[in-house]
Ligand binder design. Sequence first.
Ligand code: HQG
Length: 180
Amino acid sequence: MSNAHVSMSKFLSLVLRHQPQTIGLSLDANGWADVDELLTRANQHGKRISRELLEAIVRDNDKQRFAFNDDRTRIRANQGHSVSVDLELTPKTPPELLYHGTATRFVASIRAQGLLPRSRQQVHLSADEATAIAVGKRHGKPAVLIVAAAEMHAAGHAFFQADNGVWLTDTVPPQFLSFP
Ligand code: HQG
């Protein structure tokens, strides 16, 4: 992704996950925004974005953060919301293990409380350790926790996989976590 794409992707994350109201945009109950409305409002707020640029960002985004609906009139973020939306994901059986990247300074609190979604809607988990390290680095010195996902699932916890591959669950109680 070019720098211009990264910066526009961050703006799209802001309005499609967290603060649509900053440009007067509305998301429906399932997190969808009308593409024409997004383009109009973004441009009104000084973000110069064309339909072609938006298409390129959705297509080339390193984490496939955004998706169009079938007729490409609507767009949403695939995961990561802090606003309350129902992504209508179907529960899915997770692999034996999943990974969560965090910062070492959060580990003591996570040992005590388990993983909580904090400002997001759900806890984000990765299928591989390398991704978890990258996620943890965003917060500081990374620590990777191993989640006994199959065991959690057998104990009745629902798991979901967003359209970009990220695994989601409501909370991870401490007994299902292994610490470094
Ligand atoms: C931590 C990015 C203390 C948790 C990433 C994390 C991901 C606790 C932080 C996606 C805790 C929340 C999500 C507890 C959890 N005590 N700390 N009990 N429970 N935490 O950013 O998972 O680039 O909301 O470990 O790549 O880091 O935006 O979640 O460190 O996929 O597309 O609280 O966001 O994707 O941080 O990241 P975040 P996350 P994008």
